[in-house]
Ligand binder design. Sequence first.
Ligand SMILES: Cc1cc2nc3c(=O)[nH]c(=O)nc-3n(C[C@H](O)[C@H](O)[C@H](O)COP(=O)(O)OP(=O)(O)OC[C@H]3O[C@@H](n4cnc5c(N)ncnc54)[C@H](O)[C@@H]3O)c2cc1C
Length: 484
Amino acid sequence: MRQIQHWIDGQLTGGTGGRVGEVFNPATGEQTGEVALGSHADVDRAVQTASAAFETWRFSSLTQRQNIMFAFRELVATRKMDFARVLTAEHGKTIDDALGEVQRGLEVVEFACNIAHLLKGDFSEQVSTGVDTYTIRQPLGVVGLHRVERALAEVPVDAPWKAPKAAEWDRTTLEAWKVQNLTTSGSRALFDLACEAIYGAEPREITLLYNLAYTAAAGNEKNPGNFALLVATPDGAQESRFVGGSQRIPLLVARRLGAQVVLKAPVRRIVQGHGRVKVHADGIVVDAREVIVAVPPVLAAQIHFAPKLPQAHLKLLKGIRPGKLIKWEAVYERPFWRDAGLSGQAVSEVGPANTTFDNTPPSGSPGILFGFVGGDQARAFAKMSRSARRDAVLGNFATYFGDEARSPKASFEMNWAQEAWTKGCPVGHSGVGVLQRYGPQLRKPFRHVHWAGTEVATYWTGYMDGAVRSGEAAAREVLRALRR
Ligand SMILES: Cc1cc2nc3c(=O)[nH]c(=O)nc-3n(C[C@H](O)[C@H](O)[C@H](O)COP(=O)(O)OP(=O)(O)OC[C@H]3O[C@@H](n4cnc5c(N)ncnc54)[C@H](O)[C@@H]3O)c2cc1C
């Protein structure tokens, strides 16, 4: 039987997956060969070999690289008929059809032979006063997306601590992952920015396990989450806005609930005993059979529980640290940037406002730009004077959208870390060892106390969607408890 092998590190090698794929001639139904399927180890070896080869490739001159592509083109062109015969034998195509398919493949190789001129960069002078921009194109090497996607599939959204490599991934910070997997300064800077905007934190503060769990959660029961969904505007997490602001939802819900909603009454103490729970808040004590705590973990940790919360649960609550994200908004007569065909969205290595969005209402007036200042930038920003903060952000806006951005008619800033009843934004993240060691406590009721809030969600953790889902799950849990 013909054995079809893998080509790794310049050699033919059998797969070590322990399974084979049978190859049939579709015309006769006869088995003509078998492929020894590869294992994860085979894929890792192929990736490692390609990564090692990339070091030489990257530093070879453009002409050398082009010559290698031409030699490859010659190889494919001279063996066209061999490829066509294999295709015919395995797919049942006529030889002419198969030759046509090889030809189309060859055209892609020819395009790659010619690609050197596409590697030219751009230079734009005076994009803003005294600011020039340039773009360079660099070979990226083996792209890690497949590895990330594979790892995502191994993370159960409701119990990331059960992932086969949970211990290893929760020991690895995103910073360590970045240094190991991203080779160019541009990709590393972009990675830092994504972290600051998504978590309000730096890669050193977050573990790979937490990041994988958060990304896997950016989906639903039918569609697994992925990084693109997390960051994309069209078809992604950033697609929709609420007309009038998302605060309208709790305001309208509160109106319907009426006097049942008690404001300005932070909960200080939760006492359990004799099958009842007493919730002590400022100015009110509520007696209940079951209670849902739906506040950010950092604030739940400040509530005094009697009897005491299990140590592991307290360590979890304290280990989920709130992100640091400041939102800075500038209001203009009109969205002037649109005249120049600009979207109002920017991602820049130069902060403090590294990412921006167009927050103009649907009526088109006034024009509103907002920028996020996150992670270390937010820490440094908070220490600056108000006027220095304003100059810094408006300087960013002017760089991205032109000098008109320097003169808004109004501006607003919100540092969520300074909000006593939020403490941070947009979500709490966990550092080394927390999720793997204490994660199992996340949704575990403490006698008659149940847990909700976006950090507790299984899907869309960190988002409003997740907060609602976790609320529904906690409500179902309470209903079950009440029926017992
Ligand atoms: C700037 C920013 C931008 C964001 N952008 C988006 C976005 O585009 N899309 C998205 O889906 N999500 C976004 N988020 C995240 C979203 O706001 C949160 O995921 C969501 O609000 C979490 O809801 P929650 O009910 O878990 O917690 P919270 O909204 O924090 O609600 C907790 C409530 O508990 C109250 N509380 C706290 N402690 C106590 C106590 N001891 N006693 C009584 N009450 C207490 C607080 O006052 C608060 O009202 C953003 C967040 C920020 C800050």
